[in-house]
Structures are given as C-alpha cells and as structure tokens.
Design a protein around this ligand. Sequence first.
Ligand code: ATP
Ligand code: MG
Length: 353
Amino acid sequence: MKQIILTGDRPTGRLHVGHYVGSLKERVRLQNSGTYDEIFIMIADAQALTDNAEQPEKVRQNIMQVALDYLACGIDPEKSCIFIQSMIPQLPELAFYYMNLVSVARLQRNPTVKSEIKQRKFEASIPVGFFCYPISQAADITAFNATAVPAGEDQEPMIEQAREIARKFNEVYGETLVEPNIVLPSNEASLRLPGTDGKAKMSKSLGNGIYLSDEPDVIKSKIMSMYTDPTHLRKDDPGHVEGNPVFTYLDAFCRPEYFGEFLSEYENLDELKAHYERGGLGDVTVKKFLNNVMQSELGPIRERRKEWEARLPEVLEILKEGSKKAEQTAAETLAKVRSSMKIDYFDNDNLLK
Ligand code: ATP
Ligand code: MG
C-alpha cells in the first residue's frame, strides 16, 4: 500500500511554536525521510470558517500567512503538495455522505470538540458546521487515502473518529477507504505545548503564543514575561519544573550544544532542572537561556520567511498548482465512493435494471 500523508492547519492566524514542534517539524522530517510516496498539506479554510463564519476576511488574510510559515519551516513544494481546502469541491460532498454514518451522540462525546465548544463559549448556539467538523476532517483525510496524519495530541480523537467512519463506510458499502494513523511528535513536551500564560495549550485563539514570524525583540519580551512557577518567589526557594512552561519549552527546543554556547556552567538540561528544584537558580537566568535557545531556533525560520514574503506571486502559484493536483486525487476517491454507494447512476446502466 502507498504511504501517504495528509495534514494541515486552520488559517485562523499565523503559526506559532506549538504548531512547529507539534506538527510542522515532524512533517519536514517525514517529507525529507523519503518514506512517503505522497504528502498533502492542507490549509483548512473551510474548517476555520466553522467557528469564524462572521470573519471571512480574517481567514482569507491568513491563507498566505500559513503558506509562508510552511515554506519558512522547510516544507518543499517539490515534495509536498500544499493546497487550499475550499478549492476542492469533492471534500464537502464526501462529508455529506459520511454524515449518515455518525450519530449526534458520538459527535457530542468527542473530547476535543467538547473542550473547544467550552473555550469558544458556544453554549446552546453551537454552529452545526462546527459541531460536524470532525466528519469533514474525516473526508479530508480519506479523500487522499492518507495512511499517516502528523499532528498534535489534541487531534487524537479526530483521527479516531476518521478511522471509525472509514471502517463503517467499508462495512456498509464494501472496502473503499483507507484507515489513517496519527503520527505524534516523539518528544513528550511537543505533544501539547503550553501557552506563555501557562494555559494547557498554546493556541492561536487564546493569544498566548510565540509566532514563527515574531521579531527577536517580541520573542524576548514574551519570554521574559512568561508564566513560571508561582511558588518560586525568591531565587533561593525550591522550584517546580513540572507544569512550568519555561522548562517545557526547553524540553521541546533545547539542544545539548546550547549549554556550551550560552550557559556553560551546566552540562545539560537535567543539571539545570535539578538546580532549579533545589533552589538557588533564578527565573531570569533560565528565561535568558531560553531566549537564546529560541532565538537560535527561530532566527533561520524567520529569515527564510522573509525571503518568501518577497516572492508572494510564486507562493500563490504553489497554492494554485497544489490545489489542482489535490482536486484530481480527491475526484478519484469520490468516484470510488460513489461507485461503492451505487450512486454513480450515469456511469452504468444500473437504473435501467
Ligand atoms: P485554533 O485555536 O484556531 O484551533 P490552533 O492553534 O489549535 O488554532 P490548529 O490549526 O487547530 O491550531 O492546529 C494545527 C496543528 O497544530 C494540529 O496538528 C495541532 O495538533 C497542532 N497544534 C496546535 N497547537 C499545538 C500545541 N500547543 N502543541 C502541539 N501541537 C499543537
Ligand atoms: Mg485547533
């Protein structure tokens, strides 16, 4: 079986370092590993509209921003097909058929949807489109016959639901769809990077992110005002590294060589953590180190982003070409789906029999 990746992001804002460690970095690694036959990367504008229906301009503006973030991180349009979800009309048609295979109760049980409903304060006025987005996401994944979906931990319930839909479809209509697997980042801290405010998830919608396009002074001021351990009041107090986002970011970003470069009093992260837990290590020292680490990691990405910013017509061309290619693949899957469901009326004479 062909090894195929489908993954993507909602154009609700520029991408932040949570996206980078949770998904983008892994995508670039997989892209360059040569293990995959095809890679599709989707800018999920239709999904973004499910909870931003009244802000179409925000979604529109962020399409190019997300594309720039991809290219900046090393997504190579020669190897990965980057496309825009709403340009592929086969996707909503697939979702429409899949809707018949999922119960309302099953959607209500999806823990990610539950917490997102709470976070967005939808209460009794959940848009139907938003409620059903896991089904639309199953359509996106299965349309490309994806075997692997590199994503952050919050996507686990979505991929599980996509697997269920594919299985149910195959049971009812015969073997047609491929069941996908999630590919989580191998680094534990990257599964769900917390926000600079200490909230459980860095998220575009919560305004607690460090963005890939942030300038060095912005990164520094965000880091220096980050939430740390509230019980670590004085330098000599013993501190906690668990649940302390400064250390979680170091877990996600720090390479051993940065100690030699920026903080040679310590051999490695374990030593630094032990000192913090013992007491005697101030937040400012750790934050300054983190700032040096993040500047080193993000500098080259920001520079590459600027190079692409000067070539926007080329970026648009990449999206056009990618969407054309993606539509061909989705059309092939839709034809198979229609044939399995026997609703390909004009492709055969079945209606006459
Ligand atoms: P929104 O708030 O609009 O939902 P988001 O920040 O959650 O935006 P998405 O576009 O929904 O971003 O997610 C894109 C991808 O990035 C998904 O694979 C998701 O798992 C991953 N991701 C998002 N935030 C984080 C995070 N804080 N840590 C790790 N992975 C993340
Ligand atoms: Mg999200």
